[in-house]
Design a protein around this ligand. Structure first.
Ligand code: MGD
Ligand code: MGD
Ligand code: SF4
Ligand code: MO
Length: 898
């Protein structure tokens, strides 16, 4: 066993501390870090399963040039020469970087410096454009700088948490658990504003299922209510802000009274009033918001509508009070800090003359970019028009995540030079790469990340790099040196980069910028290595991080006494009015498609897709619909649906739930061309953007849909992954000892027999056993190697959804008994195994059917009783709301309690 290493979880912006140990067989164990102030020892289902995602399988192990493995020297020389030649021929703005909130701060800083300081273009943008840019723009408008005023301690101190467009139970699980604890222990109240009844709503005191996109009116109405009922903090407004009469005037025009707002938001006036009353009367209120706010054509206005209410009541920067934008990715915040967005220059400085001068001096360069570059959506649009000649993608998978992905595929196809740095060797984006560069992944790379509360934590190395994988900052610096900038990129370690970045935040700062890390600019290598999680600002005198306690105890809140970063030091109220979503529904596209996340998958599944237990939660991509919409379209649960938008189409299965509003559907963002035939939401989603932030409206795409009837369905389980022939429907899932494919097709594409011939052609006839029933159009085929099961296929005419749990378990056996063989082809188990149903608790592997059985046996059981019997829900707690739903449904006494 190696000695424990303290590092940070590479998934969400909560930024939990993790302790890893690696045993003699190379298996890594992860545990929550009890000293880390983001999580105090807890981890959610994804964090707990991090060990499953490591290893060299499916990794990109060597640099590749036009499909050929090459040495690093060859790859780097080629990249540098091609970029130089492109810039010489077409100018600096013909090249672009598209980077990621999953890079470390050090990587991000070097990428930004290379593009904006030396190539001399600002064409570096990041997937944070799709994620946080509306919050950034809203913060800048109101505060003069992109600053989250509060910190996680506020989640423990608040008396009212309002979650707007945030499904924190699944997306920020550890923070959500804090809210639940405060609800239980202190009677804190929780309100959720989300068109869907999400798993987070199971714990809410009040849910407002608003019409999508109407948040601005909801908060304008709140502002009016606060004004009319005497809740203005006139001292705060007078001393520290500017512009509230105009904002209030706009709010009155947009949201004159409760009834108008209730109608616009399509919720009951009673519920609306209950929310307004609760907010008004609760001084300690915290408004937490995420992608339901940001990913909107009016995202920035939504952010300011929220902030206006907090400024008006002076509820900002005090314990338990404030607007709180939660970040998505582990280093979304760090990327914003270094300046990775195309419309910022560096270290919270923009393209004004003073900032340009400061950055020029600091980087000692004459070629600093002087105006903003292309934001992500514009970047891919320009590329599709042939205007971008070279693109370098790092740490993101735009072909699967940027909306209107068909256009992104075209753009990548057209771009003469596509360089992709990734850890994985098979992503939708890598398929377009001329040059693929293997990057070190979590556990191999070394540097820092900043979480939602501005806390900088170390990600530390505890594994040797896979193959020849290198750190992203190293790859960038090597290319920069080869392009002729040896001195400016002469870094030996991430600590070198971090010191330089910290020094830039301090350079000529004079308290003009809240982002100030001067106290970290002189860290010795050892101090950097041992750096405890620390919140910025870190002014020089106040801190010696080498001796700082793990829980940095300063009160690191902003703005309780003004001190805004606007020219006059005052916050700005922003007048905002509701604007409907840009692409409206129409008779041809009558349904609104919403999209977002599932509990146990991370984005395009490149890592979580490698964990069998995470894949067990939701096994196929589903489109969730309201029962009436399903009925109208003749859909039942499990039916296939063909979905079309103005941008693209998809085929996926139907899931029916009255958690959806009528006329609205929800689709997870995770599946892509590596995991399904046609279930990538990015291909459907529209790419209209918020005019201020450039963030695309990914929660609102008009679609239509129709029942799709295959001629046959099938279930394929195989020990090794397969390349399937072209089919309308397939999904792929890694299970413990096998891969599971659900399949459906029309006979004109391929018949079951043709499919069988294709899939079993690598087995000699004597290794195959089959049973066919022509009358019923069913078949079952199994292939063995000696006595071990290698591949299984079942097919049936029409639409069938196979249960595969017990069949998957047969792949764990080294020998299959004769009896097992017979019954497996008959579709029955010889020794029937309990089908545990969909996995609810990934920490302890407990399925829905097991919980159901316990409920039926214990009619009086409550949520905690399930934990006592099955342990389900007692570790990370991410599944507690799902367990509660089952208890309410199947423990008969629950109805009496209700
Ligand atoms: N399990 C898991 N966790 C993650 C991630 C992951 O991939 N998987 N990704 C991380 C990242 S990068 C991010 S950005 C965060 C995202 O975290 P969240 O923003 O919480 O997650 P989403 O599911 O994208 O969307 C949130 C909610 O917005 C709602 N919504 C849609 N339209 C509107 C609207 O008009 N108004 C309001 N008020 N709500 C609306 C949706 O119904 C949805 O429930 O999650 C992070 N955490
Ligand atoms: N319809 C719809 N679309 C969405 C969203 C939505 O809610 N709805 N959400 C949007 C949001 S908020 C986000 S954040 C994006 C996320 O979208 P992406 O950023 O495209 O998603 P990931 O799967 O996280 O891609 C990260 C890639 O980087 C690789 N990688 C991981 N670590 C490293 C590293 O250290 N170095 C390098 N070089 N590579 C690495 C991974 O293997 C993976 O291929 O999706 C956006 N798209
Ligand atoms: S909440 Fe879960 S995914 Fe997010 S940082 Fe913590 S352990 Fe990782
Ligand atoms: Mo995100």
């Amino acid at each position: 066993m190696t000695s424990p290493v303290k590092t940070t979880c590479p998934y969400c912006g909560v930024g939990c501390g993790v302790i890893t140990t690696t045993d003699a067989d190379g298996k890594t164990h992860v545990a929550g870090d009890p000293d880390h102030p983001a999580n105090y020892g807890k981890l959610c289902s994804k964090g707990s399963a991090l060990g499953d995602t490591l290893g060299t399988k499916d990794r990109l192990l060597t640099p590749r040039l036009y499909g050929q493995d090459v040495s690093w020297a060859q790859a780097l020389d080629h990249v540098a020469a091609q970029l130089t030649a492109t810039i010489r021929e077409y100018g600096p703005d013909s090249v672009a970087f598209y980077v990621s909130g999953q890079l470390l701060t050090e990587d991000y800083y070097v990428a930004n410096k290379l593009m904006k300081g030396f190539i001399g273009s600002a064409n570096i943008d990041t997937n944070s454009r799709l994620c946080m840019s509306s919050s950034v723009a809203g913060h800048k408008r109101a505060f003069g700088e992109d600053i989250v005023p509060g910190h996680y301690d506020d989640w423990d101190k608040t008396d009212l948490a309002v979650l707007v467009g945030s499904n924190a139970a699944w997306c920020h699980p550890i923070l959500f658990q804090r809210l639940i604890r405060n609800q239980n222990e202190r009677g804190m109240k929780m309100v959720i504003i989300d068109p869907r009844r999400t798993p987070s709503c199971d714990s809410a005191d009040l849910h407002l299922p608003i019409r999508p996109g109407t948040d601005v009116s909801l908060f304008n109405g709140l502002l009016v209510y606060l004004a009319d009922n005497g809740f203005e903090d006139s001292h705060y407004c007078r001393e520290y802000t500017r512009g509230h009469p105009d904002a209030l005037q706009a709010a009155r025009e947009d949201a004159p009274d409760l009834l108008t707002v209730a109608q616009r938001c399509d919720i009951s006036p009673d519920r609306l009033e209950a929310f307004y009353q609760l907010f008004s009367q609760t001084e300690n209120s915290l408004t937490i918001y995420s992608q339901g706010v940001n990913q909107s054509s009016q995202g920035t206005d939504k952010v300011n509508a929220i902030i206006n209410c907090h400024l008006f009541t002076g509820r900002i920067g005090r314990p338990g009070q404030g607007p709180f934008s939660v970040t998505g990715q582990p280093n979304a915040m760090g990327g914003r800090e270094v300046g990775g967005l195309a419309n910022t220059l560096a270290a919270h400085m923009d393209f004004d003359d003073d900032s340009i001068q400061i950055v020029k001096e600091f980087w000692q360069t004459e070629t600093v970019a002087t105006q903003p570059g292309l934001k992500a959506i514009d970047l891919f649009n320009h590329m599709a028009e042939g205007k971008i000649k070279a693109l370098w993608v790092m740490g993101t998978n735009p072909a699967a995540s940027v909306p209107n992905a068909n256009l992104v595929h075209d753009a990548l196809q057209k771009c003469p030079l596509v360089i992709v740095s990734d850890c994985i060797d098979n992503t939708d984006t890598l398929q377009h790469a001329h040059i693929a560069l293997p990057a070190q992944g979590w556990g191999e790379k070394d540097g820092t990340v900043t979480n939602s509360e501005r806390r900088i934590s170390r990600q530390r190395r505890f594994l040797a790099p896979a193959g020849q994988a290198k750190a992203d900052f190293w790859i960038l610096a090597e290319v920069a040196k080869r392009m002729g900038w040896q001195d400016a990129f002469d870094y030996e370690s991430p600590a070198d980069v971090f010191r330089e970045y910290s020094a830039l935040t301090a350079y000529k700062n004079d308290n003009h910028r809240g982002l100030n890390l001067s106290g970290l600019a002189d860290l010795a290598a050892d101090e950097y290595n041992h750096l405890s999680p620390i919140q910025w600002p870190v002014p020089a005198a106040a801190n010696n991080p080498a001796t700082a306690p793990a829980t940095h105890a300063n009160d690191q809140r902003f703005f309780a006494q003004g001190g805004y970063f606007t020219p006059d030091g005052r916050a700005r109220f922003v007048p905002v009015r509701y604007i409907p979503p840009q692409q409206e529904t129409s008779p041809t596209f009558p349904i609104v498609l919403n999209s977002g996340r599932l509990r146990d998958q991370w984005h395009t599944m490149t890592r979580t897709g490698k964990s069998a237990r995470l894949n067990d939660h939701i096994k196929e991509p589903l489109l969730t619909l309201h029962p009436e919409d399903a009925k109208k379209h003749n859909l039942v649960s499990g039916s296939f649906i063909k979905v079309k938008s103005r941008q693209g189409d998809a085929i996926l299965r139907c899931d029916i739930s009255d958690n959806q509003r009528r006329g609205e559907a929800f689709m997870p963002m995770h599946w892509n061309n590596q995991y399904a035939a046609q279930a990538c939401v990015a291909q459907l989603a529209q790419n209209n953007t918020d005019p201020l932030s450039g963030q695309p409206e990914m929660k609102y795409t008009p679609i239509n849909m129709a029942l799709w009837k295959p001629d046959w369905s099938g279930l394929l389980i195989t020990r090794t992954a397969l390349t399937l022939p072209n089919l309308s429907y397939w999904t792929k899932r890694l299970s413990t000892d096998c891969f599971v494919y659900q399949i459906a097709a029309k006979n004109v594409e391929i018949t079951p027999q043709q499919f069988i011939d294709h899939v079993f052609d690598d087995f000699p006839a004597q290794n195959i056993q089959s049973v066919q029933d022509r009358k019923k159009s069913t078949a079952a085929i199994a292939a063995f190697h000696q006595n071990r099961l290698e591949r299984l296929f079942f097919t049936h005419s029409g639409t069938v959804q196979y249960q595969s749990a017990w069949l998957e378990k047969l792949f764990a056996k080294e020998q299959i008994s004769t009896e097992d063989r017979r019954s497996l082809l008959a579709g029955k188990s010889a020794q029937p195994q309990e089908d545990v149903g969909p996995l609810i608790c990934s920490c302890f592997g407990v399925g829905a059917n097991q919980i159901k059985t316990v409920c039926q046996d214990n009619p009086h059981i409550e949520l905690d009783g399930i934990g006592e019997i099955l342990k389900a829900g007692t570790n990370c707690g991410s599944c507690r709301s799902e367990i509660r739903n089952i208890v309410e449904k199947f423990a008969p006494a629950a109805n009496e309690r209700a």
